[in-house]
Design a binder for this molecule. Structure first.
Ligand code: MN
Length: 201
């Protein structure tokens, strides 16, 4: 059995102008697909081919960096596609209360989330996560993931240059602002918080 490239949960124009169809054609159709294909090639014929993606990530962590990178990036990108929506809405209920309690306000969260993404050195991911009922902003470098971390990730943004260079060139702040201001999928974050366990591929 091999893993499928998870489809985009919206039309390829849904995230414009923050993330264009042109970017998605490369980011989903080339980059994400390559991670899936390389992972599948690495696990083909092994016991890992029968495991869940989360189990593959955990098994490869610390023991097989090449497989880990491709498996973690397969997971991270699927989670990232779901972390955005055409009309992201706003946090409500328990999630809104926790945002206010942790960051002071939604605007303060947005500013801190953007700042962490802007300040993240080189390639990686910035996350809104939950652990033991507490929210926090986390960062992972390169292909590293929260999939097997003990955190319950609620949202993520890819800050690799391939996520924004075609649309915003080197202006990572403009990309982050555009995503954070209108395209964060707060309904997805609320589902993840309510479930209380890590999203599965
Ligand atoms: Mn990416």
């Amino acid at each position: 059995m091999s893993f499928e490239l998870s489809p985009l949960p919206y039309a390829d124009t849904a995230l414009e102008p923050a993330v264009s169809a042109h970017t998605l054609s490369f980011h989903h159709g080339k980059h994400h697909k390559a991670y899936v294909d390389k992972m599948n090639a690495a696990i083909d014929g092994t016991d890992l081919a029968e495991k869940s993606l989360e189990e593959v990530v955990a098994a490869a962590r610390g023991s097989n960096q090449g497989l880990f990178n491709n498996a973690a990036q397969t997971w991270n990108h699927a989670f990232y596609w779901h972390s955005m929506a055409a009309d992201g809405g706003a946090p409500e209920g328990d999630l809104a209360a926790k945002i206010d309690e942790t960051f002071g306000s939604l605007d303060a969260f947005k500013e801190e989330f953007a700042n962490r993404g802007v300040g993240h050195f080189a390639s990686g991911w910035v996350w809104l996560a939950e652990k033991d009922g507490k929210l926090s902003i986390e960062e992972t470098h390169d292909g590293d993931t929260l999939a097997d971390s003990g955190f319950n990730p609620l949202l993520t943004i890819d800050v690799w240059e391939h996520a924004y260079y075609l649309d915003h060139q080197n202006a990572r702040p403009a990309y982050l602002k555009a995503v954070i201001d209108g395209k964060l999928n707060w309904a997805f974050a609320a589902e993840n918080l309510a479930r209380g366990t890590t999203w599965t591929y």
